[in-house]
Design a protein around this ligand. Structure first.
Ligand SMILES: [Zn+2]
Length: 160
């Protein structure tokens, strides 16, 4: 899986490829302007029976499901809006306009097909990409975010 690691203060550490089946306890994260950062990972209970990530390996926090959209997404949205306006104005009878609308629709479907699910940590904000995502992970939820932030603060104050 590809991990965009962040520290407990949500500062970005860097991006690193991690083989979850190897469960490396320590990863070196290459950084462009500094020596590689060493990050310890917590694999205890982190993977479920199916090998899916259960919680964040950087901080142990809960994860929510998110989607990565391809770079072309904003362009497609603009094109789709333009297509809707054209159709509403009644130009869709023109065969060229019709062909263009169909092309936008195909592009739209491609974008949705290419969107991948990824997991994001509530607590530290680390992102986990290119991995199997279990069905029990839900989308971002304000209540979950609040309880996770509260849990992070209480564990921080307990360790001080
Ligand atoms: Zn985390």
């Amino acid at each position: 899986m590809l991990v965009d690691l962040r520290d407990s203060a949500k500062r970005r550490v860097g991006r690193v490829e991690i083989d979850a089946s190897q469960r490396p306890p320590l990863v070196r994260v290459p950084r462009p302007d500094a020596p590689a950062a060493e990050v310890f990972l917590q694999w205890d209970q982190a993977l479920d029976d199916a090998g899916c990530l259960r919680h964040c390996v950087a901080c142990g926090g809960r994860l929510y499901r998110s989607r990565t959209l391809p770079q072309v997404t904003p362009i497609v949205v603009v094109l789709a809006a333009a297509g809707a306006v054209i159709a509403a104005l009644g130009f869709a009878a023109n065969p060229w306009v019709y062909a263009a609308l169909v092309a936008v629709l195909v592009l739209d479907i491609l974008v949705l097909a290419l969107a991948r699910a990824r997991l994001v940590c509530y607590r530290c904000g680390s992102r986990f990409d290119r991995l199997p995502v279990a069905r029990y992970h839900r989308r971002w939820d304000s209540r979950d975010a609040a309880t996770e932030t509260a849990a992070a603060h209480s564990s921080e104050s307990a360790s001080v």
